[in-house]
Design a protein around this ligand. Structure first.
Ligand code: TYC
Length: 102
């Protein structure tokens, strides 16, 4: 609280609450045309999965329709989506992934 003159009082309150940054899921979507090998390659190279993790996650996406490849800050998640999309287009696959707020 600061008193400037007889008539005006300015009350200041410090903003102390640190906001927890939101996290975003990168969700891989199934399709009928992308090869299983390519999806495994994407999960290993872009999402740093082990060969076993990549295989299991790929099969889970294949059977259920979607799966979480990873959880990241918005900037990193956006970059992962761009990298997957670019690699898929280079290889002429329709593979898609999307962001979802956690
Ligand atoms: N369904 C694809 C196939 O049978 C494999 C696949 C798995 C594609 C996961 C996309 O995100 C995906 N070749």
């Amino acid at each position: 609280m600061a008193k400037f003159d007889e008539n005006v009082e300015v009350i200041t309150k410090e903003e102390t609450k640190a906001k927890v940054p939101k996290k975003y899921k990168v969700i891989l979507l199934n399709d009928d045309y992308t090869s299983m090998e390519f999806v495994v390659y994407v999960l290993e190279s872009i999402f740093h999965k082990t060969p076993t993790e990549a295989h299991n996650l790929m099969m889970s996406v294949h059977t259920t329709g979607s799966g979480v490849a990873g959880v990241f800050s918005f900037e990193v998640a956006e970059m992962k989506v761009a990298m997957v999309t670019e690699a898929a287009r280079q290889n002429e696959y329709p593979l898609r992934c999307v962001l979802e707020e956690e």
